[in-house]
Design a protein around this ligand. Structure first.
Ligand code: NAI
Ligand code: MG
Length: 503
């Protein structure tokens, strides 16, 4: 039984039993244990207590899952369904997510630590919406009719066209910061385009994905089309990324592991898409709407406890508003209500794990040692669970680790600049990453000039952390390869075939 405090929402009975019983994995339509018999513990990050167990897949389970996906791909019925039939199933998955909002939100909050209010309002509905958006594409994957000239065969005629066909078996490896949403981002486009999938969930957060797999069965997804594995990166993720039976690997996580994925794909030249880390610049100009900029800068770094690849973790503030912004942001940070995710009043939950707690507090120590000062927060919050106080670091220099490396916690490094000039743009771009960026100004000319010169996949103007299935998302430089969402993502999951007919 998973105990919750009086201030927390009482758990749905389905959620209680789902968490309380050891979870199995879905392979070829069957719920199975790991062949090794090994399981691992699932923690509540608000208390550090063990709340459940999941299977620890290794290479032999991965092999079974890839074979099941291969069989489903090669033999149908999924791959022989009409686009409209596929569309209905993908749409139905979205509907079932909506119908199970409270259960999914509770699972997500319990597993990841995020505020239930956020899971209900954002993670769950956005995931449902992703399936519905992608469902629409299933019936619109048309090729082109092409008119070749063929200069070396004058007078001859051809009819040529292109077809868009699924890549095949897709290995998908996802992280723990938005478990359900990452499942949706990866699964929805893969399914809408007719692929089969082996997904490995993050070891920190296996629950919502296993529940989603049940919903997918209910939606009528044939056996083997989605195989859902739980396990660790080295023992389950690595053999999946390297498996010769997978045609593609899609990964979201650290840049470090992204590079390992690229290496693992070398033997058989799998298609690879990567959504990796970030150290995104958020730039506030003197002419901004100060109140909105403060709230926006806070949302940019403190949303999801800063465990966002897009986190606006380098804050550049022009000197005319610097003091006001930093003070406002520090006040905002002090006002954020920390607590267990399942408490409806909670605004920021714990970090996901002991490892992340140590990582983030380690960065805070290193920042202080290098001369940065905390205008708010600065360390662990309380002594139970994995909480860190929302922190605004000032007196930050560009060469500090806290300024250069992805912290993945509620820690922003604020720096001052004098003019809106080339040097500001150089500093904003002076990072190995290029995922996101923000600018706060009332001057549309400056906004567009900056938007064009930032080397990042997304630029938010007078807003931050806005996502939609229609908006392509991904990184420049070491933030990744390719784009998720929007029409753009379809290219990752489709091959283009040229058919040329001599007439
Ligand atoms: P990670 O990159 O190690 O884990 C992400 C996923 O990759 C998990 O499913 C994990 O099991 C899997 N994985 C790990 N090693 C693998 C391997 N050798 N082969 C295949 N799969 C493997 O990230 P982790 O350790 O959870 O967090 C470390 C840091 O990574 C964070 O502090 C943050 O900076 C960054 N990160 C970035 C994310 C993003 O959204 N871009 C998400 C999670 C972490
Ligand atoms: Mg790792």
């Amino acid at each position: 039984m998973c105990a919750v405090a009086a201030s927390e929402v009482s758990l749905d009975p389905t959620v209680q039993s789902f968490v309380g019983e050891p979870r199995k994995m879905l392979i070829g339509g069957q719920w199975v244990a790991a062949e090794s018999g090994k399981t691992f513990e699932i923690y509540n990050p608000a208390t550090a207590e063990v709340i459940g167990h999941a299977q620890s897949a290794d290479a032999s389970d991965v092999d079974k899952a890839v074979k099941a996906a291969r069989k489903a791909f090669d033999e149908g019925p999924w791959t022989r369904m009409s686009p409209s039939e596929r569309q209905k199933i993908v749409w139905r998955i979205g509907e079932l997510i909506d119908e199970n909002t409270e259960k999914l939100a509770q699972l997500e909050s319990l597993d990841n630590g995020k505020p239930i209010s956020v899971a209900r309002a954002a993670d769950v509905p956005m995931s449902a919406d992703m399936f519905r958006y992608m469902a629409g594409w299933a019936t619109k994957l048309d090729g082109k009719s092409i008119s070749p000239s063929v200069v070396y065969a004058p007078g001859a005629e051809w009819h040529a066209y292109s077809r868009r066909e699924p890549v095949g078996v897709c290995a998908q490896i996802i992280p723990w910061n938005f478990p359900l949403l990452m499942e949706a981002w990866k699964l929805a486009p893969a399914l809408a385009t007719g692929n089969c999938v082996v997904m490995k969930l993050a070891e920190e957060t296996p629950l919502s994905g296993l529940f989603l797999a049940e919903l997918m069965q209910q939606a009528g997804l044939p056996d083997g089309v989605v195989n859902m594995l739980t396990g660790f990166g080295e023992t389950a993720g690595a053999p999946l990324a390297a498996h010769p039976g997978a045609d593609k690997v899609a990964f979201t996580g650290s840049t470090e592991v992204g590079k390992l994925i690229v290496n693992a794909s070398q033997n058989d030249l799998k298609r690879v898409s990567l959504e990796l880390g970030g150290k995104s610049p958020n730039i506030i100009l003197n002419d901004c709407d100060v109140e909105k900029a403060i709230a926006g800068a806070a949302n940019a770094i403190f949303f999801n406890g800063g465990q966002c690849c897009t986190a606006g973790s380098r804050l550049f503030v022009q000197e005319g508003v610097y003091d006001e912004i930093v003070e406002g942001l520090a006040n905002y940070a002090r006002g954020i209500k920390l607590g267990p995710g399942l408490d409806p009043e909670t605004q920021m939950g714990p970090l996901v794990s002991q490892t992340q707690l140590e990582r983030v507090t380690g960065y805070l120590e290193s920042g202080k040692a290098q001369g940065a000062r905390a205008a708010s927060g600065g360390g662990r919050h309380g002594d139970t669970g994995y909480f860190v106080d929302p922190t605004v670091l000032v007196d930050v220099q560009d060469n500090m680790k806290v300024y250069q490396e992805e912290i993945f916690g509620p820690v922003v490094a604020a720096t001052k600049f004098k003019d809106f000039d080339d040097d500001l743009i150089r500093r904003a771009n002076d990072t190995v990453y290029g995922l996101a960026s923000g600018i706060w100004t009332q001057d549309i000319s400056k906004a567009h000039k900056l938007a064009a010169r930032i080397r990042a996949g997304t630029v938010w103007v007078n807003t931050y952390n806005i996502f939609d299935p229609s908006l392509p998302f991904g990184g420049y430089k070491q933030s990744g390869w390719g784009r998720e969402m929007g029409e753009k993502v379809l290219d990752h999951y489709l091959e283009h075939k040229t058919v040329c007919v001599g007439l």
